[in-house]
Design a protein around this ligand. Structure first.
Ligand SMILES: Nc1ncnc2c1ncn2[C@@H]1O[C@H](COP(=O)(O)OP(=O)(O)O)[C@@H](O)[C@H]1O
Ligand SMILES: [Mg+2]
Length: 231
């Protein structure tokens, strides 16, 4: 899938991969609103790293595992034989060095459990030796305070994908009625995921009398002609 309007972000990811493949390591943080494309950029980073013959380890926090220690690092902790001998942070750090070149791609960190936040902070303050790139994505408003402190003290490339412009929305909505683009763009605020949803509605309403109205409701749901939920 090609990402619309993300040339600068993808170029920054290319630079980060080039730098870390040469052994520098580093950290990348992707922040933004839900649906803006954080996971898509993290996946793009993974694809670039794999193309450069690097290993990619994925981790993800979820809303439902906020009390499970190390839930973000589950695989790395569970499959690490040295965890019993060393403390978890030291074991994970040396395991990452042993796997280099490796990208650790951690998504939805706004929901990370406290132990994962502390481990991530430790890895940022004491970067593993060798080509280890630590990448994280999280909502702009949701950074756990201890992670914010760790991020402030390390060198980190931060990407903040912006809402798509009208022109970019038009590229995303190929096939949508041009007369309706302004309304759709205003309606979606340039968020790529919602724009995709809107084009679906636009197509559904094509040929009918009612326009493809899609309005945000205060509770986050949707209303449109004759429908209360996206189909
Ligand atoms: N720049 C983009 N161009 C095209 N599609 C995009 C773009 N950014 C995100 N998307 C799509 O929008 C949807 C939501 O993106 P996602 O990365 O999951 O958002 P987030 O992780 O910020 O909530 C996905 O289907 C994704 O493929
Ligand atoms: Mg996401």
């Amino acid at each position: 899938m090609s990402l619309v309007g993300r040339d600068a972000e993808l170029a920054a990811l290319d630079t980060a991969v080039d730098r870390f493949v040469s052994g520098t390591g580093g950290a990348v943080l992707i922040t933004g609103e839900p649906g803006i494309g954080k996971t898509a950029l993290l996946s793009a980073l993974g694809r670039r790293a794999r193309a450069a013959r690097c290993r990619v380890l994925d981790g993800r926090a979820t809303e439902f595992e906020r009390d499970d220690p190390y839930s973000v690092f589950r695989e790395l902790v569970a499959t690490n034989p040295s965890v019993d001998r060393l403390s978890v942070p030291d074991a994970v750090r040396s395991r990452l060095s042993g796997l280099a070149p490796v990208v650790l791609a951690l998504d939805d960190l706004q929901w990370a459990d406290a132990a994962s936040v502390d481990l991530l902070g430790y890895l940022l303050r004491h970067p593993p030796r060798g080509a280890v790139l630590i990448a994280g994505a999280l909502r702009s408003a949701g950074c756990p305070p201890r992670l914010a402190v760790a991020l402030a003290s390390c060198r980190c490339t931060e990407l903040r994908p912006a809402p798509l412009t009208r022109v970019e929305t038009a590229r995303l909505l190929t096939g949508a009625d041009p007369d309706r683009l302004d309304a759709l763009h205003a309606d979606t605020g340039g968020t790529p995921s919602i724009s995709r949803f809107s084009v679906g509605r636009a197509r559904r309403w094509c040929g009918r009398r009612s326009p493809p109205v899609t309005r945000r409701r205060p509770w986050g749901g949707w209303s449109g002609p004759g429908r209360t939920r996206p189909g």
